[in-house]
Design a protein around this ligand. Structure first.
Ligand code: KIV
Ligand code: ZN
Length: 513
């Protein structure tokens, strides 16, 4: 019997994923995701783009120093400065450090963006890979916009960079343009026309502009690609990247026609998805494959009947296989510390003593207000108490009066850069009054783009969950989240969370490439 071949899972949540509007993370948050990716057992994690900012550099360095097991990749353009900076951060991972260097190869990009000829691009790519290979044998080269590149030129570049020392060659669909059969043909063409292709792993990296990123990636695997670049929840530039959970679960579910192995611990998929949503504030749609709240819900009577008779009638994979525990243990007022810690562990949170204590106090306060505490409540507690960015602004207390007679008035007390401040403001409604008060106290000039309200669980005693989207003065979008049984307090917390993210992001420089 022939041995199954392995598909290497390269996660780029912390690099391409972080380029999604509103998804920027600080070092502490990136490190938490990195630890979760370690539990998920990805083969390679792309930790960032070290030259992009000091924050990115520090995050890649910290991840290279801390994470054991997975290879750590850092992105660099094809120039000496980028490559040197990338290795400076990656060197702490030793032989697990991977320099990922790229340059665009399509006519459109060469003409309008790079203003370079084919020969110049070829020489630059070879020089970059040669320099990177001087630091490490673990070098990945990406031909940006490969899908719109003339195939003979693409083959020439790929052959030259393999000769120069690249051991992984990535063929990205940068703009999410291809379809499965075309992408299959591109990979097949390279296998046939690049004489040294057997000396490198072919990697694929698909964007989801036409909703085909997963399908395209899997078609490429069928054609011979053996590394799949993807992100948790499919986050990434514009419409996002190939979703890790969808690609991996397809490989697992369709072994009959895709007989490949991978190293992912699929039971860690749901905790990874939730942690990312909590940290970034970007929720997945309810009907999202694998990780949406409806992904395993059977609503129609005929489906429910079938599933009760035999799960395989309508279920092609089990919720447990992606880490969804169907018997949610409900905690309450009388639940002890042990049950609480145990549940947090099952939800994938690895908290230290201090963090457990903080969360436990908050849990007890919530349990006094609300009879039953669900997993989603615990997620919100951890998000609020632990995963928040450093607090430049802190809500101390607030009181809002409103109704059909009174002018809505909010009295808000906050700590602003360590100083206590208080104000009372009238608004068009209670949320408007609260937001105006916060805006005045923080002197914020950031614009409110969007405000949504939901409830974390069912029932009138459910915690309210609010998301606020702001545009910062430098034009970036930031999401803030807040949860509380009082919906106005939840709104204020979400607004303040977004302001804190803007404050902590201020030092980061946006890189365009
Ligand atoms: O989409 C893309 O082409 C990229 C490269 C830098 C790999 O993200
Ligand atoms: Zn990309």
């Amino acid at each position: 019997m022939s041995q199954k071949e392995q598909v290497i899972i390269f996660d780029t949540t912390l690099r391409d994923g972080e380029q999604s509007p509103g998804a920027s993370m600080n070092i502490e948050e990136k490190l938490r995701i990195a630890h979760q990716l370690e539990r998920l057992n990805v083969d390679v994690m792309e930790a960032g783009f070290p030259i992009a900012s000091d924050g990115d550099f520090e995050a890649v360095k910290k991840i290279a120093q801390t994470i054991k097991g997975a290879q750590i990749a850092g992105l660099s353009r094809s120039n000496d400065l980028d490559i040197d900076r990338a290795w400076e951060a990656l060197k702490y991972a030793g032989e697990r450090g991977r320099i990922h260097t790229f340059i665009a190869t399509s006519d459109i990009h060469m003409k309008y963006k790079l203003k370079m000829s084919e020969q110049q691009v070829l020489d630059t790519a070879v020089a970059a890979v040669t320099r990177a290979a001087g630091y490490t044998p673990n070098v990945e080269f990406s031909a940006e916009d490969a899908v719109r590149t003339k195939l003979p030129f693409l083959a020439k570049v790929i052959e030259a960079v393999i000769d120069a020392g690249a051991n992984t060659v990535n063929i990205p669909d940068t703009v999410g343009y291809t379809i499965p059969s075309e992408y299959y043909d591109i990979i097949s063409y390279l296998k046939k026309n690049v004489s040294n292709i057997d000396k490198a792993i072919i990697s694929v990296h698909c964007h989801n502009d036409l909703g085909l990123a997963v399908a395209n990636s899997l078609a490429a695997v069928q054609a011979g690609a053996r590394q799949l670049e993807c992100t948790i929840n499919g986050i990434g530039e514009r419409a996002g990247n190939c979703s890790l959970e969808e690609a991996v679960m397809t490989l697992r579910t369709r072994q009959d026609i895709m007989p490949f192995t991978h190293n992912i611990v699929t039971e860690q998929i749901s905790p990874s998805s939730k942690l990312l949503s909590t940290i970034t504030g970007i929720m997945v749609q309810p009907n999202k494959a694998i990780v949406g709240t409806n992904a395993f819900a059977h609503e129609a009577g005929i489906h429910q009947h079938g599933v009760l008779m035999d799960k395989s009638t309508y279920e092609i994979m089990t919720p447990e296989s992606v880490g969804l525990n169907q018997n949610k243990l409900v905690l309450g007022k009388h639940s002890g510390r042990h049950a609480f810690i145990d549940r947090l562990k099952q939800l994938g949170y690895d908290l230290n003593k201090d963090e457990i204590q903080k969360s436990f106090v908050r849990f007890k306060t919530l349990a006094d207000m609300k009879k039953e505490i669900f997993d989603e409540d615990l997620d919100a507690i951890v998000a609020d108490e632990i995963l928040r960015v450093p607090e430049t602004y802190k809500l101390q207390q607030m009181n809002v009066s409103s109704g059909s007679f009174a002018a809505p008035t909010a009295t808000v007390e906050m700590e602003v850069n360590g100083k206590m401040k208080k104000i009372a403001v009238i608004g068009d409604g209670p949320v408007d009054a609260a937001f105006k008060a916060i805006k005045k106290l923080t002197k914020s000039k950031d614009g409110l783009l969007d405000f949504t309200v939901g409830s974390i669980t069912g029932g009138t005693d459910a915690q309210g969950e609010c998301t606020v989207r702001l545009r910062s003065e430098d034009g970036r979008e930031v999401l803030g989240q807040g949860a509380h049984p009082d919906i106005i307090v939840a709104s204020a917390k979400a607004y303040i969370n977004a302001l804190n993210k803007i404050a902590s992001n201020k030092k980061r420089v946006q890189m365009n490439f």
